[in-house]
Design a protein around this ligand. Structure first.
Ligand code: ACO
Length: 429
């Protein structure tokens, strides 16, 4: 009997099967041979929420959830946050290797020169209500980009793919900042090619009457680090949406819009927004114990806590806590940080959180930094989307180049009524 195999005995029939194990997994399709009589489809695996299903092989990011490890293409997130820039990290995610100095220069130049959006996109943004959530605006305008670049449908053409990837990374911050300017009734601030990726985003967000916006270097770097920390995270909900939609060969703008829509939800990228609302609702340190009791009674979730994969500290949260101190040196301390630190301290001593391995995730502290930088709360998930765009695109491209991938089409266990005949309306009780 081969060592790398799983022996299965079907106790319904007494039949034995040998299923190969590769890379710690069996192929779900190998279960189809496990049948009773003429049961056509064979045995399925039932996995709501895909908690134990690997739909792909990926070489992009690696997570060890028990040890709190995250690496992009093998490089520890701590080292990238310390030494890399967001655009260099984006290159790494997409190309698999860190760029040479010349390649990085070329990459930055290309992204920088594609930051402008077609003027007609502004008309879409103008059409949104003043209090439209910027994430809704982002999802819609990213999807709309596909109509401006119909050649994006050529997903099997490497040059076309590359061009759409550059456009998406370049234009997402512009769409995001324009959504914000629309919400606050400010004229759109156009991209400034002299600035860095993050510096330009701050320019498009905050330029007022000055001739040239000069970003604060600490805040610019903090934002860049936050983008790096959000750049990829293996097969999370939005990345799975990107791959699922991409598996039907949809263009990358439509796929990215779908991924951003998945990110919008409060259990995923919307959590940073919810954390801020939660900290404001708590309002003072002495109200934390009562809040925790409500969480334990199941009335509320502690937003920014818990993760499907991390069962110890999220390494990104550790880095963000350090970035927060640097930002507060410039902006002054956000008083919510004291509530957050105390909340974390109390929760991590409480058996409810300890026994369920619930630790702060990336979203617990990011919102406090964004708020200190004067970024409105409803922009938080939008910033997450900017950071995650290179990861989505790297995963999309990997999926397209993976010969094993097919259109995503999971199975189901049907639990509805058996066949029955249509009843005319006058005969229905
Ligand atoms: N507060 C209180 N209890 C929680 C929390 C929380 N934040 N998260 C999980 N639990 C509890 C659940 O009630 C459950 O308890 P039970 O076993 O008594 O029923 C147990 O911990 C396991 O929780 P699940 O929901 O099964 O865990 P799952 O892996 O499905 O969910 C998730 C992970 C969605 C992140 C969850 O922890 C959560 O809702 N957290 C709050 C939202 C959040 O911060 N999301 C951001 C995630 S990071 C990101 O997307 C970038």
């Amino acid at each position: 009997m081969p060592k790398d195999s799983l022996s299965i005995t079907d106790n319904r029939t007494g039949t034995q099967y040998e299923v190969p194990i590769q890379d710690g997994a069996i192929r779900a399709s190998d279960l189809r041979q496990v049948k009773v009589g003429d049961d056509g489809a064979g045995l399925m695996s039932y996995d709501p929420g895909y908690v134990n299903t690997a739909p792909c092989r990926s070489a992009i990011s690696f997570i060890d959830g028990d040890k709190g490890v995250l690496r992009y293409r093998g490089y520890p997130i701590e080292q990238l946050a310390e030494h890399s820039s967001f655009l260099e990290t984006a290159y790494l995610l997409l190309h698999g290797e860190l760029p040479s100095a010349a390649a990085l220069d070329g990459w930055i130049r290309e992204i920088t020169h594609h930051t402008f959006i077609h003027e007609n996109i502004k008309k879409f943004i103008d059409g949104f209500h003043h209090d439209a959530h910027p994430m809704g605006v982002l999802v819609s305008t990213v999807a709309a980009l596909s109509t401006f670049y119909p050649e994006a449908k050529n997903i099997h053409d490497e040059a076309s793919r590359r061009m759409q990837i550059i456009r998406l990374i370049a234009k997402t911050p512009t769409l995001a900042a324009f959504a914000h300017r629309h919400a606050v009734g400010m004229p759109y601030a156009y991209p400034d090619n002299d600035l860095s990726y993050s510096g330009n985003f701050l320019n498009m967000m905050f330029l007022t009457t000055e001739v040239k916006y000069v970003p604060n270097p600490t805040l610019q770097r903090a934002l860049d680090v936050l983008f790096i920390l959000h750049a990829d995270h293996e097969q999370n909900c939005s990345t799975s949406a990107m791959r699922n939609v991409g598996s039907s060969n949809a263009d990358p703008y439509s796929c990215t819009a779908a991924a951003a829509a998945a990110l919008y939800g409060p259990l995923h990228g919307g959590a940073n927004e919810e954390v801020l609302r939660m900290l404001r609702a708590i309002g003072a340190k002495d109200r934390i114990p009562a809040y925790i009791e409500r969480v334990k009674r199941g009335e509320l979730r502690l937003m920014g806590f818990g993760h499907r994969i991390y069962k110890s500290y999220d390494p990104r949260a550790t880095i963000i806590k350090r970035v927060a101190d640097q930002v507060f040196d410039v902006t002054g301390k956000n008083p919510l940080i004291d509530i957050a630190i105390e909340l974390e301290r109390i929760a991590l001593q409480d058996d409810y959180f300890v026994s369920r391995k619930l630790y702060p995730n990336v979203d617990f502290y990011s919102g406090i930094i964004y708020e200190a930088m004067r970024i409105p709360v409803d922009m938080f998930p939008v910033l997450f989307a900017i950071g995650r765009t290179p990861g989505w695109l790297a995963q999309w491209q990997e999926m397209l180049l993976d010969k094993e991938q097919r259109i995503a089409r999971p199975r189901q266990i049907y639990v509805g009524p058996a066949k029955r005949d249509y009843v005319p309306i006058e005969q229905r009780g």
